[in-house]
Structures are given as structure tokens and as C-alpha cells.
Ligand binder design. Sequence first.
Ligand SMILES: Cc1cc2nc3c(=O)[nH]c(=O)nc-3n(C[C@H](O)[C@H](O)[C@H](O)COP(=O)(O)OP(=O)(O)OC[C@H]3O[C@@H](n4cnc5c(N)ncnc54)[C@H](O)[C@@H]3O)c2cc1C
Length: 495
Amino acid sequence: MISKNTNGQSDDVLDYHEDMTLNMSIMTATGQETVISNADLEEFKTSLRGKLIYPGDTDYDETRKIHNAMIDKHPAMIVRCAGVADIITSVNFAKKNNLLFTVRGAGHNVAGSSVCDGGLVIDLSHMKGIRVNLSERTAQVEPGVTWGELSHELQIFGLAATGGFISTTGVSGLTLGGGLGWLLRKHGLALDNLLSVDVVTAEGKLVNADPTQHADLFWGVRGGGGNFGIVTSFKFRVHPVGSVWGGLVLHAASKGSEALRYWRDYSIKSPEEFTGAAVIFHPPAEFPVPEALHREGIVAMGGVYAGDINTGEQVLYPLRQFGPPAADIFQTMPYSAAQTMADFLWPRGLYNYWKSNFLKELGDDTIATLLEFFATVPSPLTVMVIEHVGDGAMNRIGDNDTAFASRSGRFNFLVTSLWTNPQDSDANIRWTREFWDAMKPFMADAVYLNYMGEEGEDRVKQAYGKKYEKLAILKSKYDPANLFRMNQNITPANV
Ligand SMILES: Cc1cc2nc3c(=O)[nH]c(=O)nc-3n(C[C@H](O)[C@H](O)[C@H](O)COP(=O)(O)OP(=O)(O)OC[C@H]3O[C@@H](n4cnc5c(N)ncnc54)[C@H](O)[C@@H]3O)c2cc1C
């Protein structure tokens, strides 16, 4: 594909760029190469308000990179969409040329489904509009917004949306697959708070879906991932949550067994204003714990009490007294700050390999297995998480009200293996798989869609659970040719 140009320029980038814009070779949805003429490319480019980015452009590398460094894909083109018109134009262009394409929100998905080799990326990450309606208590959000950005815009009004546990994740992908975060037990999943969506469908049409119009599509996007089209706008119900009582208590990993058993029993009985998680990790140098614990590792038990601050302080008193902990960093903070308190654990650009599943229960033997494997973890950056997701709002929503499959789990388990040197990949992946095998006896038949890597069809079916058949029928209605296939994919029922 790369050839010398004819006007004597010797600059490789220019040669490449010129050749790319002559007859571009690009991947089709079925894995063959096809050629797009310069005239067609020019027409596409001039019909966009946003930017078309090619290999060799200065912002190409930064734009193709995502959160997980394991994913190193080289698309033929990236459309940085400026608005809905660009999304419709891109879907129609991809369809006309039968192109392989992906949809990118904030690029956090660990499976890397937002980028591809040789195809087209429809990049929504610059669509950052947020409109807060105070009288309705709603927020209308564009698909490139992150949870930190949304929380920032809401905090000034003493409001919050139910988002993720950290601030850098995209609103889009997280909401379409579920949405577990610090307000989960009080206000439900992110998708439980969706009031309507605008979607560009496989037909290249913009439709508004809510409980009264395209109600089936509205059902499907709440748990069906990106299978039914590109969501261009999300309307969320938001809640009065100004300051919260939040933070962590830290225990030495050697005392982790007692601490985790206490945390489990405490969590189950705690009021639903409190959403908590236990996190096992090696603290970074700046963390306020004795030197020995940096080597040994810690069990942190943290969370957010989203209710009256004084009540929260009283409710959390026993958790903060237990042990006593090696450090206690609970305090009053704005909700938007609480959402950043775990960001340091998952910086952008590390090598990520994740495994996750809902647990049958958090038994003593499960806790023993977690700690046994933590003692042999090959990377000090790896983090184990147990999220207390049950006993709250998520369980009050009818199982058939949305496409989300896993409302009955109480604890969700996640191991995020993280490392910096690609030479360490084999050792880290091997350890994670051995750990995963050891955890299997404790796992429920349910997995959270958004934490999955590329794990094969059976696992995808397990994630959609008993909703899969209905989702497949819906897919055949809205996307019969499986145009939106670069995701945890649902095969249309007619195929
Ligand atoms: C460090 C880290 C922390 C996380 N923390 C949480 C957490 O606290 N809670 C939680 O629930 N999850 C969490 N996740 C998982 C997260 O929900 C998923 O990775 C989610 O896909 C991220 O959304 P995104 O928009 O950034 O994804 P992207 O990688 O941009 O997109 C993922 C996929 O979603 C689809 N998609 C994205 N945008 C659209 C759209 N507008 N329309 C249609 N389809 C679209 C596409 O199929 C795309 O391939 C975390 C992930 C990471 C890496």
C-alpha cells in the first residue's frame, strides 16, 4: 500500500498519506480487503463536520490508542465525529462499502472492541455535550462524556448520576452494558436511570427510544451493549447527592481474612445508602501506610454513603473501628471527588488482562483463595476487587424490565491484572488463568458484560443469560445484517 509519490517528496508520512488517499485499501466486515477510490473518500471527508484521521496523521497514534495497552490496533481511518450527522454519514459509508467498523465511546473497554485493524473507527469521544435540567432533575449526555465529566457538571447543583466506581470510564459503554458504581445500592445501575436514548440504527436513521416509542429498542439498549445501533444521546434521571461520607480503611493483607469476613457480614446488613467494595492491592509509595505494607499488600474496604453525612458517619463507625485498621481515610467529600478516589489503581496505558464473575456467595473458602493467590501475584500493580452489588435498588427492578441479565448476584468478583512491560505478559496471563480456575467453584452462573475480555461465544451467551433469545430476535429486527458486530455480539435470530 505504501508507495513513493510522483512529485519527488521524500517524506514518508506524506508518501503514506498521499497513497492512503489515492486508492485506500480497507477491511470489509467479512475480513477481505476492498479498495475505496479517492473520489469516494473525498466525498466522505467533505461530508463530515468532524475530522477524518489517517495513519501518518499526527493525531493518529494518540487517537487509535485505548485504555488497555494490550490492544494495539491500526485502523485504516478514524472518523472523529462532531455530531449526529457525522455518525449517520459514517454508518452509511460503512454500509455502502461493507466495511469493518467499530464504535468508540471513551475507549475503556478492556476487550478493545472500540478499535480494529484495517477498518473504520467511528470515534464519539469528542462529543462532550451535557445539559442539566434542574426542574426535571435530568441530564442529557452526549456519547463521548466520561463519568468524571458528568459528575463535575452535576456536582455544582448538588446532583449526581449513578455512574462507575472511577471517573475516567465512558458513560456510553458503561451504561449500555449495565453500570456498577458508588450509588448502585441506593439508585440502581446506570441503565436503571436511563429515561430515553437517541439511536442511529443500522438503517442510518435517528430514532428516539423510551418507554413509549421504540420501547423494544429501549429495552434492548439497557443491557444489550452496542448491538442495536449508536447511541448519540442519553437522558438520565439524576439525584440529589451533594457531599458524601466516603473513603477507605486499610488492613495488612496478612489480616485480610478477618477483615474480609467482617466486611462481608457488615455489608450485607448495611443500609442501601452505602455502596462498598473490598480491594486487594499493593499500595503505591505515596499511600499513608507503614513501609512493610507496601511490600505485603493491603485489603482496603471502602465505599460511599450517599445520604445524611452524620448518619453515614455513625453507620460506618463499626467498619472503621474493626481491627483496628492500619489507616482510616474516610471523610466528607463531594460526590465528584469520591468518584475519583480509586482512579489511581487503574491508570491509562498499562497492560490489562481481566477476569470477572458474580459469586455464589462470599464464603470463607472464597476469601482464603483470593488471599492465597494475592500472595503469589507476579505484578505489584494487579488489583483484586469484590463489589457488593446486591441488597439494594438493583434488586427492586423487575428482571424483565431491561435486557440486563444479572440482577440476583450479591457480590461480584473481578481481578484486573496490570503490568507495564510487554515481556511480562505471559507470566501475568498465566497467573490470572490459574487464579481464575481456582475461583471457579465459587462462581455463580452469571458474568457482568462490561468486565469481559474476548472470551468466546459461550461466555457472551452466559453474560446475556436468559435474555439472549429475546435479544437475538430484537437484533434481527434492528440490525439483521449484524452491522454492529464489534462488541459482545448477539447473533441475529434469522442468521
Ligand atoms: C479502568 C476501568 C474501570 C472500570 N470501572 C467500571 C465501573 O466502575 N463500573 C462499571 O460498570 N464498569 C466499569 N468498567 C467497565 C466499563 O463499563 C466498560 O469498559 C465500558 O465498555 C466502558 O465504556 P466506554 O464508553 O469507555 O467504552 P468503549 O471502549 O469506548 O466502548 C466499548 C463498546 O461499547 C460500545 N459503545 C460505546 N459507545 C457506544 C455508543 N454510544 N453507542 C453504541 N455502542 C457504543 C461499542 O460496542 C464499543 O466497542 C471499567 C473499565 C475500566 C477499563
